[in-house]
Design a protein around this ligand. Structure first.
Ligand SMILES: NC(=O)c1ccc[n+]([C@@H]2O[C@H](COP(=O)([O-])OP(=O)(O)OC[C@H]3O[C@@H](n4cnc5c(N)ncnc54)[C@H](OP(=O)(O)O)[C@@H]3O)[C@@H](O)[C@H]2O)c1
Length: 237
């Protein structure tokens, strides 16, 4: 039986783009393989004879996680712990989708060696997930942030949060490239540094301005990433 790649979280924004680009992976739904249910998850992975897993499943977003801490912990921390345990036991590679928000946003231009310092619950759960993923002998942690150019779901965007957010289709292509190159460790991916407002305005001219203070959330100010390591790998020089 041939060895397979399984993608968890494939019905989400990023997962749908991966499906568009790659038809040969296995894409279970949440109900077919719930990452919080160890026995169900373990049997699914065993039956599919996986050799690598792309883990995109999460409860995503600062507000969603502040308001549903129990579910955020269960999904993002315990779910990732379950995958890490299974991958370690079965010698499967775990590719974990992380986020720029593991950093506190005080300095910006974060590289792979900078020390994470999550400042809200979502970021904490994603960093805890990273710690489990890092325990898997064969792993890749991708930190990035993205947006859907044709479907930005808000009427306002932050003028005082700087990021390297990239269009989701581009990120999906880069993730598949990193998988094909069989990278290990931690890698940062991203586009040009700018305010979220300026990035989104190029695709949605009617977007309105908003500040971090107006959200009522504790959000990092400068989440820009140093992506030079990935650029060198990608371009081969
Ligand atoms: N969105 C961003 O800007 C951003 C930035 C950086 C990193 N990330 C990371 O990128 C990944 C994908 O983000 P996204 O925006 O595409 O997420 P999304 O659209 O919210 O989708 C989340 C996916 O996870 C699945 N899921 C949730 N709980 C699950 C469980 N217990 N078992 C199995 N599947 C479960 C969901 O399935 P159901 O809908 O059926 O529950 C859905 O397919 C996440 O790890 C996120 O932390 C996102």
């Amino acid at each position: 039986m041939s060895k397979k790649t399984i993608v968890f979280g494939s019905t989400g924004t990023l997962g749908k783009e991966i499906i568009n680009l790659e038809k040969n992976f296995i894409y279970p739904t949440h109900s077919q393989a719930d990452i919080t249910k160890f026995d169900q998850l373990s049997s699914f992975i065993e039956n599919e004879n996986a050799y690598q897993i792309l883990h995109l499943a999460a409860l995503v977003g600062a507000r969603a996680c502040e308001e549903n801490k129990e579910n955020a912990y269960l999904t993002n921390v315990i779910g990732t712990k379950n995958l890490a345990k299974i991958c370690s036991a079965k010698n499967i590679k775990l590719i974990y989708m992380s986020t720029d928000t593991v950093f506190d946003g005080d300095k910006g231009n974060y590289n792979e060696e900078d020390i994470p310092n999550p400042i809200n619950y979502y970021s904490f759960t994603k960093f805890a997930g990273e710690c489990y993923a890092e325990m898997v002998p064969y792993h890749l942690i991708i930190r990035a942030s993205f947006f859907s150019p044709n479907n930005f779901p808000f009427n306002k965007a932050l003028t005082d949060q700087y990021t390297c957010r990239m269009p989701v289709e581009e990120l999906a292509k880069e993730i598949l490239l990193a998988i094909n190159k069989d990278l290990e460790g931690i890698i940062h991916m991203g586009g040009e540094r700018d305010s979220l407002y300026s990035i989104i305005k190029k695709f949605k001219p009617e977007i309105e301005k908003m500040t971090i203070q107006e959200t009522g959330l504790n959000l990092p100010k400068d989440l820009s990433l140093d992506v030079s390591k990935w650029r060198i790998i990608k371009n081969g020089t």
